[in-house]
Ligand binder design. Structure first.
Ligand code: ZN
Length: 234
């Protein structure tokens, strides 16, 4: 299967769904991760231009561990807005290029504007990408496929409807997360937390809910034509 993950920032995938994607990879799926934003505002000291280069390197280091393909969306932090055609069509083209079997993205009620904007853009673009006569830069069309919303930060206001046991992948997930060295510092300075500890604890918490040691939770986007009888998550 083709799995497409569309997130805001370069470390969002590791936080919420790296274990699931590693499991996808192991069953033979192709995993493509798109970070729409450069992550250039995520530091108290390092300036945006320098930080975006650092974050690209951190992201590639993490992706190399997992064998995921990375696409950069070309936005900067806090410059992603939904509700405009230009942004939506950028996401349409990414979806057309990958033509995924399912898409994972942020929950529409997550905690910060880049995350919520990406979620809504993906919802809008996912349908638009299936229209054969809607012209964008990329030719052709994608299939209309399910969207899975990944966990919110620290699981706030998020009730999973599907769980993935990631016990065998938790060490690799944390190794990938730790590639984002600048963000371990940022999360300490800005949020006052130990980042790897938070991610591990949240995976353990989801594990308690489904009888696994560690798990990741998802909620399917339940609208017309996006539901399925199949279990697509691993
Ligand atoms: Zn983020």
């Amino acid at each position: 299967m083709n799995v497409l993950v569309i997130t805001a920032h370069p470390d969002d995938m590791e936080i919420a769904c790296a274990g699931t994607l590693l499991k996808c990879k192991e069953r033979g799926d192709k995993v493509v991760v798109c970070h729409l934003s450069s992550g250039n505002q995520g530091h108290e000291v390092i300036m945006p231009d320098e930080l975006s280069v650092m974050r690209e390197n951190e992201c590639q280091k993490s992706a190399a561990i997992a064998g995921f393909d990375i696409i950069w969306g070309g936005f900067d932090d806090l410059e992603i807005y939904d509700g405009n055609r230009e942004s939506r069509d950028k996401v349409v083209d990414i979806i057309k290029k990958v033509d995924p079997d399912f898409i994972i993205t942020h929950d529409p009620n997550d905690y910060m504007p880049d995350h919520t904007a990406v979620s809504r853009l993906v919802f809008d673009a996912c349908f638009t990408a299936t229209l054969p006569h809607y012209k964008t830069n990329v030719e052709g069309k994608a299939r209309l496929v399910p969207i899975y919303y990944m966990d919110s930060l620290a699981g706030v206001n998020f009730n999973p409807t599907e769980y993935v046991d990631v016990t065998d992948y938790i060490d690799t997930k944390l190794k990938m997360l730790n590639c984002h060295e600048s963000q371990v510092v940022w999360m300490r300075d800005h949020d006052g937390i130990d980042f790897p500890d938070m991610v591990k604890t949240c995976s353990r918490y989801r594990g308690f809910q489904c009888g696994a040691q560690y798990a990741e939770g998802f909620r399917q986007c339940d609208v017309y034509l996006k539901l399925t009888t199949k279990r697509l998550l691993p």
